[in-house]
Design a protein around this ligand. Sequence first.
Ligand SMILES: [Zn+2]
Ligand SMILES: [Zn+2]
Length: 367
Amino acid sequence: MKSKALVIYEKNGPFVLDEIELEAPRAGEVLVRIAAAGLCHTDLLAREKGEETAFNDIPLPMVLGHEGSGVVAEVGPDVDYCSVGDHVVLSYNHCEVCAGCHSGVTSTCEEFVPLNFCGAQRGGGTRLYKDGQPVSTFFGQSSFAHYAITNSSNTIVIPKDVPVELFGPFGCGIQTGAGAVFYKLHPIPGDSIAVFGCGSVGLSALLAAKACGCTTIIAVDVFDSKLELARTLGATHTVNVRGCDADREIHKIIKGGVNYAAETTGNGKVLSQSLNCLAPGGTTCVIGTGSREVTFDIDLLRSERHVVGVIEGSLDPHIQIPRLIELYKHGFFPIEKFTAFYDMKDMDKALEATKNGTVIKAVIRMN
Ligand SMILES: [Zn+2]
Ligand SMILES: [Zn+2]
């Protein structure tokens, strides 16, 4: 069948609205009519195809998009995990059989990189073509398109009483930030936390901290507008890090430091600050990607401080996403407050608004 898609034809090239061909779903696969897909930092990293990254190996052309949501339009043979008409959120591919997958932390799947970043579907090869030539797939979904082929590992059925187009970002950014707090940091009521970076991942960490009963929530960013939004979502304090050291400011706010820090910026200097602001026994969760050059006093760790890492929220999305939607229904995750929808043809506007910080989570609607 034919499908409209935003295709990347060259390294760091534009998103070209084009028509591609899709194979019918093979055994175990389904065809999803995409309602919308969030724009995530990882899409932009993949488009850049940096030479030292896994993305360098994705053959071009490719269709990005890994925060899709929509409705199951067709099921292939041997599919028992969903039915035509089901509403679904699409997340990352995993093999479902390795030790990491069996542990429940499916983001530690041994096949995570090849299954998500190498242009092929689980089971090998792509299902997308342009003029008979293969087009690479991304995260086993490629959801910047009218239709996508997905499988049991990355297709999560959600309830029908919530707007399906809103929840694609739960498949990556939202579950990453929220899961870091819920399943890695485990704060208890009365704890304190500093959240570095108020993008969608940071704000999701903040909302999770609030849901856990944290009573001191310090949001750190360089944009005053994002800090104002963080306050409306539950930040008790804000620090604009432009021109000051965030760790010093945090020690002024809370004597002795915070119990937890969530670092979402991927900036080495900021990661160092997130360690320096911890109280003895505290933990920093490294969420942002790219933090390479980090300097901190190793003596910090002698006072029982911890550094942990997280990817995709550290829990099987089939467990995590329905729980997040339940929290949304109860008012804990008002993500519409930081979501802006764009038509497919306006991808450039979405990119620009994301880059200049006027929009936190751009979501592309596939009309
Ligand atoms: Zn696995
Ligand atoms: Zn992502």
